[in-house]
Design a protein around this ligand. Structure first.
Ligand code: LLP
Length: 411
């Protein structure tokens, strides 16, 4: 099994396991399809940093014209470290921005704050006044559109913590119309993640565009509509036509925005990086307990929590397939929790201790959601560019993990 031209066995030998491996070519290919899918429409793809925030990946995307959707001051630090001139292409989302984060973003000159409550808008105005820097804002509206996905990652309903009820937005824009520190710049929406159908995106955008027209009539013209992220991939393998999916999505947005001449922002995360990444792990033991067979790997839920957290499916394949019939097994890690599994009752080609397996489609929300639970150092990360592979994050050491701790109180 290979990533681009490079064998995963070779990478595992060189960098050890567990190991995240990403294909730069696939990441850039997905970015390009999004960038070109809207034809002549003025579009900015603001990659959702949370999906995979590796500096090398941010730098790669920035070099090819991407903007960024961030949700913390930390993510802004990352973007600026990777691409110091990208601030003007950054949108800042999130329901709980602190005053310090707002100040940092104002001073950096980001494109837009996606504001999620009236209280946040007032805080933003206050920070902008203190710094004497006008804040460009968009209200993140909640369109009350249902999108089929896991409940933990659905966001577009009134009962969710996200956004502002779309029925209240007009009044809020009007209420701050005269504020010299707030510039009504856009409007934003994000209905959830891993949404497979294009329809809910279109439905949400229709509602948003209607509001934009109302605002226009009220003398509050906006520069941009931010359609958020959320387009889902196929985690079950088989053939997947990514370009067709993106075009279907673009068409749904375009139809909803017929007649709209302003700028379109989109915030895809998963769709750009998920399928470009795999987590490579080594089989430690194959163990039978009663009727069950467990394949125990050196990767665990701390390295990739999606199966444990969302019952998410990731395809698992032996890196060098052996002859023999597949067996029904659970693939698990060494962490002391029954929730530490990658797959349950999965048909897996035969593996023996020492073999490598690859957990596929792990480029998004894999490393980004990893932890040190059980005092496990996090994996190394490798980026494959053409015929070259390079380490973009070294494996953590136990010394890294212990470094911030204080054992004795010194007087
Ligand atoms: N924009 C906003 C405001 C978001 O909250 C998100 C994701 C995105 C864009 C990017 O969504 P994407 O295109 O990646 O679906 N950890 C979960 C996914 C959480 C998504 C959170 N928000 C998972 O592993 O499935």
């Amino acid at each position: 099994m290979h990533c681009g031209a490079i064998s995963l066995e070779k990478l595992a030998r060189q960098f050890g396991t567990p190991l995240y491996v990403y294909s730069a070519d696939q990441i850039l290919e997905r970015l390009r399809i999004f960038q070109e899918a809207f034809g002549d429409r003025d579009t900015l793809v603001c990659y959702a940093v949370k999906a995979n925030s590796a500096l090398a990946i941010l730098a790669l995307l920035a070099a090819h014209g991407a903007g960024f959707d961030i949700v913390s001051g930390g993510e802004l630090e990352r973007v600026l470290a990777a691409a110091p001139d990208a601030a003007a292409r950054v949108v800042f989302s999130g329901v709980g921005k602190t005053p310090a984060e707002m100040d940092f973003a104002l001073e950096s000159g980001i494109l837009e704050f996606n504001v999620e409550s009236e209280a946040e808008l007032h805080l933003l105005a206050d920070r902008a006044r203190r710094l004497k820097r006008k804040a460009r804002f968009a209200l993140r509206v909640n369109p009350d559109v249902f999108a089929e996905t896991h409940p933990y990652i659905s966001t577009g309903l009134r009962e969710h913590k996200f956004g502002i009820d779309i029925r209240r937005a007009l009044a809020i824009y009007k209420s701050v119309a005269g504020n010299r520190w707030l510039e009504p710049h856009g409007i934003s929406v994000h209905i959830g993640s891993q949404i497979r159908s294009a329809d809910p995106f279109g439905a949400a955008l229709e509602r948003v565009y209607k509001l934009v027209r109302q605002l226009d009539r009220a003398g509050i013209p906006l520069q941009s509509i931010d359609a958020g992220g959320g387009l889902g991939i196929d985690y079950h393998g088989g053939s997947f036509d990514a370009a067709a999916k993106i075009h279907e999505y673009a068409q749904a947005l375009d139809e909803a925005l017929a007649g709209y001449a302003g700028r379109l922002l989109i915030e895809p995360g998963r769709f750009i990086v998920a399928q470009a990444g795999a987590l490579v792990a080594r089989v430690l033991h194959v163990k039978r307990n009663g009727k069950k067979t467990f394949v125990i790997t050196d990767a665990a839920m701390n390295d990739l929590i999606r199966p444990a957290l969302y019952q998410a499916h990731h395809e698992i394949v032996p890196v060098r397939p052996r002859a023999g019939k597949p067996r029904v097994v659970d693939v698990v890690g060494p962490v002391c929790e029954s929730g530490d599994f990658f797959a349950r009752d999965r048909n897996l080609a035969p593996v023996v201790p020492g073999d490598l397996i690859a957990l596929l489609d792990a480029g998004a929300y894999g490393m980004a959601q990893s932890s040190n639970y059980n005092t496990r150092p996090r994996p190394a990360e490798v980026l494959v560019e053409g015929r070259k592979a390079r380490l973009i994050r070294r494996r953590e050491t136990i010394a890294d993990l212990l470094a911030p701790e204080i054992l004795t109180s010194e007087k």
